[in-house]
Design a protein around this ligand. Structure first.
Ligand SMILES: Cc1cc2nc3c(=O)[nH]c(=O)nc-3n(C[C@H](O)[C@H](O)[C@H](O)COP(=O)(O)OP(=O)(O)OC[C@H]3O[C@@H](n4cnc5c(N)ncnc54)[C@H](O)[C@@H]3O)c2cc1C
Length: 555
């Protein structure tokens, strides 16, 4: 169905609201540009929620001489620590160096020195490096980490976004606060030239099933791994840009005598470095790196990938035998990397490319594609993209995001100081446990009060949603009222921490669906449809492949 009345005009239409599309929307909105941001899923619901969650320089990229990228990432890491201190936390990583490693201690030491030099303006500490005597002399004392042949250990700092989905959401909400129109569940369908000044963009609102046309002077394709798919809808002449690789993670329990700090270890199978990161009550283990040419809508961790990660755990923790049954769930995503045929996965550049299609063979004016880009560098990528957009719009306005605090960071300089001042006071005022107030500050920053204010007239909203988590029922209402949540997945997986705990929210999804139904006006049929869809998706995307062999040893 075509809607012809009330056609809206925008300076900029962005297709794709992962971290990069969201970042471009915020940067542009802050420069006074009229923006429409569209995503066929939820904000941050694709690659952005499938990462290792690190806000990092990328120690590994030094091996491939990507010095400018590492410098840019380290500078952005520091900015994010200031601009979103409730969401981005320092993370200590240990790199144990074994006799059998491909990279020797001196290479790693050199890498660490370079990493420190490239982050000369950081607030985090410099690295430490120790040669060890037999038995690991005190390193990870009490931990069952393999100590045979351990020669040295390097320790350094990067950062972690505990919930990258919330980082993306806060960028979207900050863009909205500054005038951008933001729409999830709206799928781009087509773009045609309408006049010299405008492109006509048609999208489908997947919630209402309506097709809607709008006009935009500049259009940006920020669809991550889908860049080529969207380009093909616009012009078949556009050459292939995307050479994505799949990466999978597993979530396991925080086992007894496990590592206290995050580990960055060389795989004993193929020499690739991988991470074991304490994350919430679990360890996050990953990742893999495999070319992916399949269906982007159905990306899951394969049985081989799960086994690869289990084998690493069994090698590095020989006193514990990890089996499929130890894994709570897995998740997987496709890195939107530039197409570089003939290269090994790990050799593909992690640098982003901003393609101005007016300069390519297809010569499409005012159309730009974003290829690549890490979570960490979303802001600098966005600055570069919006500089180009401003040139096209003939606007001369400087970027304002460098020191711009995201929506929940308003009024927070140091999160520790903020918590000291407000946690106990708020717990008392709102009559909630200290740990609830503390948790909500980490989640919402200074907006935590808006969540707790909902409990003033309804004290039942102080109740926890699940016995596995600190999230409270008020967060469900807040997600719907203030955070654009439209489905159970949005609420459970990307607005609260429920859907990513070890139960995947299956212990409480029925209760959540009832609260959501009342708020969103779902009748019983729609509620049940939503419930079934949630359960089906969770099983499909997160369930462990090969789990029928749940107790079988993986060597
Ligand atoms: C396994 C793995 C580990 C990673 N680890 C890290 C890490 O630790 N640190 C780091 O900095 N980076 C990491 N990354 C990289 C980072 O996650 C991604 O590069 C980044 O999230 C890409 O964001 P994006 O916005 O470009 O793409 P996406 O997040 O994929 O967003 C694109 C959006 O476009 C939408 N879309 C697609 N087609 C359409 C359409 N037709 N209409 C409307 N919308 C559409 C999609 O629904 C999607 O939401 C990792 C990536 C992977 C896969």
């Amino acid at each position: 169905m075509e809607k012809n009345n009330n056609i809206e005009y925008f300076d900029l239409i962005i297709i794709g609201a992962g971290i990069n599309g969201a970042g471009i929307a915020l940067d542009a909105a802050l420069r006074g540009i009229k923006v429409l941001l569209l995503d066929k899923r939820d904000f941050g619901g694709y690659t952005t929620s499938a990462s290792t969650k690190l806000i990092h320089g990328g120690l590994r990229y030094l091996e491939y001489m990507e010095f400018p990228l590492v410098r840019e990432s380290l500078r952005e890491r520091e900015r994010l620590l200031h601009n979103a201190p409730h969401l981005i936390k320092p993370l200590q990583l240990n790199v144990p160096l074994y006799k059998t490693n491909k990279r020797g201690p001196l290479v790693i030491k050199l890498g660490m020195i370079l990493y420190d030099l490239l982050s000369y303006d950081k607030s985090l500490p410099n690295h430490n490096f120790h040669f060890l005597q037999k038995g690991g002399n005190g390193f990870e004392k009490g931990s069952i980490l393999r100590k045979d042949d351990l020669k040295a250990v390097a320790s350094y700092y990067d950062c972690i976004a505990q919930f990258p989905e919330r980082l993306c959401l806060e960028i979207v909400l900050s863009a909205k606060q500054n005038g951008a129109v933001v729409k999830n569940y709206c799928e781009f369908l087509s773009m045609t030239k309408s006049s010299d000044d405008y492109n006509r963009v048609t999208y489908k609102d997947l919630m209402s099933d309506l097709s809607i046309s709008v006009y935009g002077r500049v259009v940006v394709n920020a669809t991550g791994p889908y860049v080529d798919n969207v380009n093909a809808l616009i012009n078949k002449e556009i050459k292939r840009r995307m050479g994505g690789t799949k990466g999978s993670h597993i979530i396991i329990e925080k086992f007894a005598n496990g590592p206290k700090e995050a580990l960055y270890i060389e795989s004993h199978q193929d020499g690739r470095p991988f991470f074991i990161i304490p994350w919430r009550d679990y360890y996050l283990v990953g990742t893999t790196d495999i070319y992916f040419e399949d269906d982007f809508d159905r990306v899951t961790a394969s049985e081989d990938e799960v086994k690869y990660l289990l084998r690493e755990l069994n090698y590095y923790f020989p006193k514990r035998e990890f089996v499929h049954n130890d894994i709570f769930y897995s998740y997987s995503g496709v890195r939107p990397l530039p197409y570089e045929p003939g290269k090994k996965e790990r050799q593909i550049t992690r640098k982003h490319i901003i393609v101005d299609h007016s300069k390519e063979k297809e010569k499409i004016d005012n159309y730009i594609s974003i290829v690549g880009g890490k979570l960490t560098t979303y802001r600098s990528l966005s600055e570069e993209a919006v500089n180009l957009i401003c040139t096209k719009l003939k606007k001369d306005i400087n970027c304002r995001t460098r020191n711009y605090k995201l929506i929940g960071a308003a009024g927070i300089q140091s999160i520790e100081e903020y918590k000291k001042e407000y946690t106990a006071k708020s717990a008392k005022n709102y009559e909630v446990p200290l740990e609830t107030a503390d948790y909500l500050i980490d989640f919402y920053g200074s907006n935590f009060r808006d969540v707790l204010n909902l409990t003033i007239s309804r004290s039942d909203l102080k109740d926890p949603i699940s016995s596995e988590n600190k999230d409270i029922k008020a967060q469900i209402i807040y997600a719907i009222e203030k955070e654009e949540a439209k489905t159970l997945e949005d609420i459970l997986i990307r607005r609260t921490g429920i859907g990513t705990n070890k139960t995947l929210g299956l212990d409480c999804v029925d209760d959540v669906s009832k609260i959501a139904a009342a708020k969103l006006g779902w009748n019983e049929t729609i509620r049940k449809q939503n419930l079934e869809k949630y359960i089906e998706n969770v099983h499909f995307f997160y369930e462990i492949k090969g789990s029928e062999k749940k107790m079988e040893t993986v060597k």
